[in-house]
Design a protein around this ligand. Structure first.
Ligand code: C2E
Ligand code: MG
Length: 756
């Protein structure tokens, strides 16, 4: 070996070598030159660890000059903590002869640092003695990279865990429709987060402005009880909510932000740190996630962000659940009356039907409709209408609550439904329906008004009439339509009432064909002028000459037709028939007036008016010979269009009569606003005037009122001569009725006229 003990190679030996004739590499370089060129420390130590030889890198690194290094123990430049290890390794190498390596911190005198070196040692024999030749390479750069890598790995793992946890939470929350589910999902997820061992979920109650503990993990019983309620001010939770961010305390014993009572509870349990994650939605407090720690957990930024993300996910879910609940309530519960709605009826009926089948009992559905409710809204305003509905709902509910399992629903507007399960006979149902109507008849005091309402009830029985709620509602609706025509105002569904079944459905299909085939004709009922006892005009009443069913009255087909567009074609056909007749009268010099009935839907049909005007023009007919009769209920609440149409009729000189005046409600406002020329008093009043004083008073007053307003009065449905005489005394202008002459085809009227 060229390396002399205690000697260094001359500096830069290799660079000083003069260019010479090519020699073998071994001949050009000394060992010392080779060692000096190695970018690390090279040393030779004896069996006792004393330095025998070294390269200049050791001197430079250790900051010790050559002489001072000579003969000292290598361990003097080794960090004290690594000395034992290096001695052990050296002994092993000397003993076994197997090279070995170790990471060692070397110390330098010049700088206060101990960089890590990787030291490789091998046994060599020098002049018969075992020595170790070693090389130490600086690992600082490698260590920095390694540390950075470890940090990056740690962050990556943390992020991975965050992502996994947040994903997991989202996944669980997605399936939640209830607050409890949100709490459970949050609890389970937080439990899986290894940094957390004790936490509580608090929910905010706006009414008390408190946070109450809704779920917890790791809280003992006393803690759950005593810390169950947190105030919204003077607590760390309150701070988090106000700031809208995390509130952290790593020394709760001295933190003034904590509620003293809570601080005490926590300190008693050796808890030093607490973190509150606010649960907020658009600055509205929903609750908080409160985490507590024995010691400051030194949560990383990433961990804090994860907790914030958890808070945001839980807040969203709580809001979603709340909205879902609100939507459910909205679709199931009527806001105005608090009663369950139609949807709930449909949903619950499935169960009721199953019970019905199992127990073989029946259920009654009573559909109650309030009369003239539209007009109440129209004339008194919706606030009064709403208040009245609330009162009505309360009264009906009080009655329904007395029944065995009865339930009250509000369907639409002024429609209520009572469901009576376990019914065994019809009579008690009818009695109950009557009781419902009776309770309505007592006046309601609302908005300083005494309002009286009346109603109609259609009844259907399940499973007799059907066993699903939709079918049954349809049946109840049909019965309700019939109830409106009944004196008792109550009707029980039967198949014969059903316009959509059997014959009625056929009629609906046949009607278009019948119009084309001219199967409709008019019957005429004379109107007698009580002043001069002369027939002054006729009301035209439509009939359907049905090939199979014979002569059909309007009640058999008109309500059906009004549900379809056929009503317009039929009305124009009637107009055509009537005006043809009127032209014949006029051509033969008879100056009769013609009254035609209009349905509500005609008031929306501009074409009807155009046709009428055209035919009057073409036939050279005087417009005042025509009177259009519209039933009172069809006039109430008409659109601006319909009102314009009525005004046009008036401008044309056509007269307008309110038909069946008094039959429904008498809105005097109608008389003021519409160009009405005639009032036709409903036959229900007329027929009673000889027996009921009240009817007589009403009729007399109506006649006076009409006259004062410049209208003429027609009394219809006169069936007795006494009635006719009384009407004459009352000053009624015209009468119509079977007593005088029932409606007949024109041919027969002609005969009748010639006989009178
Ligand atoms: P309305 O306008 O009240 O017609 C009077 C109804 O009373 C007619 O029934 C008539 O036959 C009946 N009547 C006449 N005198 C008496 C009587 O002394 N006692 C009784 N109990 N009834 C009497 P009809 O022909 O069955 O018509 C029923 C309803 O059908 C009419 O009531 C009217 O609202 C409607 N209607 C009739 N023809 C037409 C029409 O061409 N177009 C429209 N849109 N509706 C019509
Ligand atoms: Mg009429």
């Amino acid at each position: 070996m060229n390396l002399k003990p205690g000697e260094n190679m001359p500096e830069n030996a290799s660079s000083q070598a003069k260019p010479a004739a090519p020699k073998a590499l071994g001949q050009q370089l000394t060992y010392q030159q080779v060692l000096e060129s190695i970018p690390g420390i090279v040393f030779l130590i004896d069996a006792k660890g004393r330095l025998l030889a070294w390269n200049r890198n050791l001197e430079e690194f250790a900051g010790i000059d050559h002489e001072a290094l000579t003969g000292i123990d290598l361990t003097e430049v080794v960090h004290p903590a690594d000395r034992v290890n290096i001695q052990k390794k050296s002994r092993a190498i000397l003993r076994s002869g197997h090279p070995d390596s170790a990471e060692v911190r070397l110390v330098t005198r010049r700088k206060q640092r101990s960089p890590i070196f990787m030291v490789h040692g091998s046994r060599v024999c020098l002049e018969g003695k075992k020595c170790i030749i070693g090389i130490a390479l600086d690992q600082s750069a490698v260590k920095v990279v390694e540390q950075e890598l470890a940090l990056a790995r740690k962050m990556l793992m943390e992020r991975n865990e965050s992502l996994r946890i947040i994903n997991q939470l989202h996944h669980r929350l997605q399936r939640c429709h209830e607050v409890d589910c949100v709490l459970q999902a949050t609890l389970t997820t937080l439990k899986e987060y290894h940094r957390l061992s004790r936490f509580g979920i608090f929910l905010y109650t706006p009414e008390t402005r408190n946070f109450s503990l809704a779920a917890s993990h790791g809280f003992d019983i006393a803690m759950s009880r005593e810390g169950a309620l947190l105030p919204s001010s003077g607590s760390l939770t309150g701070v988090a909510l106000t700031q809208g961010g995390l509130a952290f305390s790593n020394n709760i014993g001295l933190d003034p932000r904590l509620d003293p009572r809570v601080r005490q509870i926590l300190l008693e349990r050796g808890i030093e740190a607490a973190l509150v994650i606010p649960l907020l939605h658009a600055s509205r407090p929903l609750g908080s996630l409160n985490l507590i720690f024995d010691k400051d957990p030194h949560l990383s930024e990433n961990e804090l962000n994860t907790l914030l993300a958890i808070g945001a996910a839980v807040s969203n879910s709580l809001v979603n659940v709340q909205r879902l609940k609100e939507l459910q309530i909205q679709s199931y519960q009527d806001k105005l009356t608090g009663l369950p709605k139609r949807l709930l009826l449909h949903e619950q009926f499935g169960r009721i039907a199953d019970d019905m089948e199992a127990q073989s009992w029946s259920t009654a559905l009573l559909l109650l409709n309030l009369e003239h409710f539209r007009e109440i809204n129209h004339n008194l305003g919706h606030a009064v209408g709403d208040s009245l509905l609330r009162h009505i709902a309360l009264r009906l509910k009080a009655l329904v609550d007395k029944t065995q399992g009865g339930r009250l629903f509000r369907l639409d507007g002024a429609e209520f439904l009572v469901l009576l399960p376990e019914v065994t006979a019809i009579e008690p149902i009818m009695d109950f329906a009557q009781a419902l109507l009776d309770t309505l008849n007592k006046p309601f005091e609302t908005s300083s008004l005494h309002l009286e309402v009346s109603g109609n009830i259609g009844i259907t029985i399940a499973p007799r009439d059907g066993n699903d709620s939709r079918t049954l509602l349809r049946c109840a609706d049909i019965a309700l339509s019939d109830a409106r025509q009944q004196a008792r105002k109550i009707s029980l569904y039967s198949r014969t009432l059903d316009h959509h079944t059997g014959e009625h459905r056929n009629l609906l299909v046949e009607i278009g064909h019948a119009i084309r085939n001219k199967n409709f004709c008019l019957h005429y009922q004379p109107q007698l002028d009580l002043g001069n006892n002369r027939v002054v005009g006729f009301e035209a009443l439509v009939r359907w000459q049905h090939p199979r069913l014979g002569l059909l009255l309007p009640a058999n087909f008109l309500p059906l037709t009004e549900m379809t567009e056929d009503i317009h074609r039929l009305s124009r056909e009637i107009l055509h028939l009537g005006l043809t007749e009127l032209r014949r009268w006029s051509e033969s010099g008879q100056k009769y007036t013609l009254s035609l009935n209009l349905s509500a839907r005609n008031l929306q049909d501009e074409r009807y008016l155009d046709d009428l005007a055209k035919q009057l023009r073409e036939g050279g007919l005087p417009p005042e010979a025509i009177e259009l009769e519209i039933i009172e209920s069809a006039l109430a609440g008409q659109s601006q269009n319909s009102i314009r149409l009525l005004a046009r009729l008036h401008e044309l000189g056509i007269r307008l009569a309110i038909d069946s005046f008094g039959a429904t409600h008498s809105s005097l406002a109608l008389l003021r606003h519409l160009p009405v020329t005639t009032l036709k008093i409903d036959q229900s009043f007329i027929q009673g005037i000889t027996e009921h004083k009240e009817d007589a008073v009403i009729v007399r007053s109506t006649i006076d009122l009409a006259h004062n307003l410049g209208m003429r009065v027609v009394a219809k449905g006169v069936e007795q001569s006494e009635t006719l005489n009384l009407l004459r005394d009352m000053g009624c202008d015209l009468i119509q009725g079977n007593h005088y002459c029932p409606p007949k085809p024109w041919r027969e009227i002609e005969r009748w006229l010639s006989q009178t």
